[in-house]
Structures are given as structure tokens and as C-alpha cells.
Design a protein. Structure first.
Length: 107
């Protein structure tokens, strides 16, 4: 059975485990400060929630992020998470459009 995959109304940010946990532990302030950066950039995109996913962080948004909005999120992450300029951070949109979900498999 094929089901709909991850929504494109999210931004995936691959990060090391310690940094991801730090951002998720302060999720409410992360959402607030990220949205403040987006407002300053005159964007209508808003982050609704932040949670740990895969090898990093998933940020649920109210619409699909453009390349310029991903750059704003990237700069916000580097500033608030204390990541240096040499640290590689690349926010991206999910690429998969569907995934296989296996249901009712007998033992």
C-alpha cells in the first residue's frame, strides 16, 4: 500500500545529535526566534513546531519554504545554536513524495 510521504510544509535540518537535542529542548523559544527572523526578512512563512527527526531537526511550517527562506533559517540556526561559520548547516525540503507503508503482516 502506498501512502502520502512527508509533507513539503516542513524544513529538514541535518544536525549532529547534541545540537538537535539542544534545539528541541528549547523548542518554544526556537519557534519564537525563528519566526522573528522570518518576520524581519518580510516573509509570510512561519515555523509552527520543531522536533527531532531522522539525523537532525524537522521544522513544521505554514507553507512551502523557498530558497531565500531556507537561507534565513540557516542564518538563524547558526546564530542561535552557536554554530561557527565553518559548521555545515543546510536546511532543505523533503525530497520524497511517497513511501511504502507495510500493514497487517503476519508473524
Amino acid at each position: 500500500m502506498m501512502t502520502q510521504g512527508p509533507t513539503r510544509y516542513q524544513v529538514l535540518v541535518p544536525l549532529d545529535s547534541a545540537t538537535a537535542e539542544l534545539i528541541v529542548a528549547n523548542a518554544a523559544s526556537a519557534v519564537q526566534f525563528c519566526n522573528k527572523s522570518l518576520v524581519e526578512a518580510r516573509s509570510k512563512l512561519r515555523v509552527e513546531s520543531v522536533h527531532k527527526a531522522w539525523d537532525g531537526v524537522s521544522m513544521s511550517t505554514n507553507s512551502v519554504a523557498s530558497a531565500t527562506k531556507l537561507e534565513v533559517i540557516k542564518q538563524w540556526l547558526k546564530k542561535t545554536a552557536g554554530l561557527g561559520e565553518s559548521t555545515e548547516v543546510e536546511p532543505c525540503l523533503p525530497q520524497s513524495k511517497s513511501f511504502l507503508k507495510i500493514l497487517d503482516v503476519p508473524y
